[in-house]
Design a binder for this molecule. Sequence first.
Ligand code: UDP
Length: 462
Amino acid sequence: MGRPHALLLPYPAQGHVLPLMELAHRKVSHGFTITFINTHFNHGRLLSAMPTFCSNTNPSINFISIPDGLQPGDDRNHVVNLCKALMTIMAIHLEELIIKMQKHKQPEHDKPTWLIADESMAWAFNVAKKTGLRTVAFWPASATTFTSMRNIPKLIQDGIIHEHDGSAKTPGLIFQLSPGLPTMNVDHLLWNCLLDSESIKELFHCINTNIESIKNAEFVVCNSFYKAEKPVFDYLNSSKILPIGPLLSGQRFGKPAGLFWSADTTCKAWLDEQDVSSVIYVAFGSWATVDERQFQELALGLELTGRPFLWVVRPDFTGKAIIDLLKGLEDRIGGRGMVVQWSPQQEVLAHPAVSCFMSHCGWNSTMEGVSNGVPFLCWPYFGDQHLNQTYICDVWKTGLKMIPDENNMITKEQIRDKVDELLGDGEMKKRALAMKEIATKGIEKGGSSFENFNTFISAMQV
Ligand code: UDP
């Protein structure tokens, strides 16, 4: 028998493509052929961000693309419109693609037999069923967030959310799905992160549909590790949900990591010049934005810390031209700070000069900080980021919360004070290093993620 062939389908966002790409690399080293299916839009970004030394280095991963169903100029950050287009139009293209691959005259073993799709693309499992592929769901975030979605019927039954649109019955209500599980705020449930009630309703509908479709998947693999969320995995008590993380692809030199933007690697040379454990790394992922006032305050806060910092400022991070906003800052701080548009984050977090991570608490960033023993300053924006903050600050106790004041601002004084508090707390760093050890052991031979991964591979070979 030849190499088994799996199709991998990420949700089209940076935080979903990156961990799935690592999964692709791991599967290739276990003898699989992978076809990685991006949307045309992200395929273009991926290829243009890929360093030349990465091109075609891995013939076992075929990168292909299909339309996402939106028009060229459409806003792809509009979650509801995007989800609707994916479910209706991309689904047709996926089916056509699979049928074409199945008809194509090639040796039997080259035909795809599996589809591994992001949970947020669970409509694809219906396509797989129609075309005879076996299926695995991939969940790139915490098992706790996954559990909150799976428990929508319970949330309705317990009177926490409305049945018709998922909105909070009592805004701000703090609840626990079960004793021992982390507390959640009803306002921070994934679908409640949107601003208007119509969008909340539509997203709730999409999530509900996905959760229904996921029942077609043979199992779910997630980018977490058992000890990070032990009570939740025990609560799920299912051999169908396998934590195999952390999935970190950034350190596979010469292999595509799945980045949409090319990383400014000059910051590595700058980090080399800094003292050990001195640099504040500041990054808010691929999505989060701040208003101009908060941007200015953050810049002043970093200045006020008196410490070196590496700050990722994406061109769309705030409304106004970044260049104007940063005017003056560079003159005042000289070489003490560095601003880049996109960093090689996983390498940055592994650098000995980094002392802490000011983060929006996206789950990938959370796993990456944890894997490198870096304590956090948590600045969540929406979606699962608040719940991830709860893990970091209240469960693992490896970070501090940044708390907006009555004007919804995180002030420069708070930034300075929290940095001082975090870096002055040796116990925090010790706990962060202990978490790193647990995460690392989990993916080493004999560790729980390692074993789960083997179970997953074996199940796909029968
Ligand atoms: N990232 C990066 N360079 C940056 C900022 C972020 O490579 O300058 C990567 C980061 O390592 C992480 C991903 O982008 O893997 C962001 O995912 P996350 O879940 O943290 O946040 P999201 O972008 O989904 O909000």
